[in-house]
Design a protein around this ligand. Structure first.
Ligand SMILES: [Zn+2]
Length: 242
């Protein structure tokens, strides 16, 4: 069995057997890793509470056929403690790690996704911006890395300038009145403006957004991301069956 070392963000854990847990993590070099942490649920565990969601760890694992096995772990950034202390931070972080797993799964490792996630968890844990803004910004930039960046200024279908701020998840962003799809909706011009600011990384302007607008954009970004993730999961399933 081959031993390897990696930095990783813990995305999710779930219990297995009497005292073990499967830890799902994202590493810059290896992508999504699934590894067993043996005895981690015992109070005497040598892993302690180091393998918890949001934390960034330095780990050593044995490579297995389907699951790896954690042999050593140390915490680099204890985001778990900082984020789970507050309900708003926790729900924001949960959306980010859950989406990341689905976007990164079955793909080549992408260090840019890892860096983006660590940066977002850092911003969240330090309350550098409103949690809704961190979520929206993270999801929009994740979509950009995945090649699904939404259009905010010109119609996603015909590239004409838009007059009313209609947004269509299926069409890939704002759409003009000629290209309206049945599911297009009008989230309001302030939400569209904020989406454009966050996509450009313009935090100075974005931080001034009213909380309700930030919340609506976070919902829009979540909806947009979910649609792409579901389409991706379906195409992976077709590939595996074929
Ligand atoms: Zn159009």
């Amino acid at each position: 069995m081959r031993l390897y070392r990696a930095h990783a963000v813990v995305l999710r854990t779930h219990p297995i057997g009497e005292a073990d847990r499967i830890i799902t993590m994202l590493s810059p070099e290896k992508g999504v890793i699934r590894a067993v942490a043996k005895g981690v649920r015992r109070t005497s565990s040598r892993f302690g509470s180091r393998l918890e969601p949001f934390s960034v760890v330095d780990l050593q694992c044995y490579e297995g056929r389907s699951l790896d096995t954690v042999t050593q772990v140390s915490v680099i950034y204890p985001y778990h403690q900082l984020i789970t202390r507050d309900y708003d931070l926790y729900t924001a972080g949960a959306v980010m790690v859950e989406t990341t797993e689905k976007v990164a799964e079955d793909d080549e490792p992408n260090p840019r996704i890892y860096e983006l996630l660590v940066g977002a968890l850092n911003a969240l844990s330090r309350r550098r911006h409103a949690p809704d803004l961190v979520v929206a910004s993270y999801l929009l930039r994740l979509m950009t890395i995945a090649g699904w960046s939404p259009s905010w200024t010109v119609c996603a279908v015909c590239s004409n300038m838009i007059t009313e701020p209609f947004f269509s998840v299926e069409s890939g962003g704002v759409v003009c009145e000629d290209c309206l799809s049945p599911n297009a909706f009008n989230p309001g011009s302030e939400v569209i403006k904020l989406g454009a600011q966050l996509t450009k990384g313009n935090w100075e302007e974005a931080d001034l957004a009213p909380p309700a607008i930030a919340h609506d954009l976070a919902l829009l970004a979540t909806k947009y991301t979910q649609w792409h993730v579901e389409r991706k999961i379906r195409s992976v399933a077709v590939r595996e069956r074929g």
